[in-house]
Design a protein around this ligand. Structure first.
Ligand SMILES: [Zn+2]
Ligand SMILES: [Zn+2]
Length: 190
């Protein structure tokens, strides 16, 4: 069975070099849907608590929210960093507090201090799905990702191959010692 969670991300981007209006900087509210598949955990009668899927994903995905997403070769990138630098906000600001955990993968690098994500490829809905999968595939048993933004929507199906031990009392993933980080339940050695 599947557990499904959805959340919104507000971001600015552009399609650098694209022959259309999307080459101009503009913004969206994008909606990301994550579908996680596993057996039903008998203790709690859930695959996985949706609020926990959201929490795990949001720790990383928060980097895209109220952020600017630019391709690594976009000439706007040095120009914007120069403005942020002169304004004294490039390396953080006391009011910039909703920051995600920084990441650096093959497809994208997050700079939470200046709310910027630099991507290898153009950040289309397809590009976002690739980035999100790369960031979360080892943390969640993802079988489908859907991303919609304006008139654009994309989805991709995956084969889940992780084996995640879950707490029979609260349903969340046990840590590497077989202990529930929420309630302290310990998996009995079999
Ligand atoms: Zn757009
Ligand atoms: Zn627990």
């Amino acid at each position: 069975m599947r557990s499904i969670t959805t959340f919104d991300i507000q971001y600015a981007h552009r399609f650098y070099g694209f022959k259309g209006e999307a080459q101009y900087l503009h913004g969206h509210t994008g909606t990301l849907t994550i579908e996680v598949e596993d057996s039903v955990n008998k203790g709690v009668n859930m695959v996985f608590p949706c609020n926990e899927i959201k929490k795990t994903a949001w720790d990383v995905i928060k980097n895209f929210d109220h952020a600017l997403i630019l391709r690594q070769d976009d000439p706007l990138l040095p120009a914007i960093l120069d403005v942020y630098e002169k304004q004294g906000i490039k390396d953080g600001h006391p009011q910039n507090t909703m920051k995600g955990e920084a990441f650096d993968t093959e497809l994208a690098k997050a700079y939470p201090d200046c709310r910027l994500v630099v991507t290898k490829e153009t950040m289309t809905v397809e590009g976002m799905i690739k980035i999100v999968h790369e960031l979360l595939k080892d943390k969640l048993n993802i079988v489908k990702l859907t991303f919609t933004s304006g008139d654009n929507a994309g989805s991709e199906d995956y084969t889940a191959n992780n084996c995640i031990d879950r707490c029979p009392l609260c349903g969340i993933a046990l840590d590497e010692n077989g202990v529930c980080p929420k309630c302290g339940y310990k998996k009995q050695a079999t």
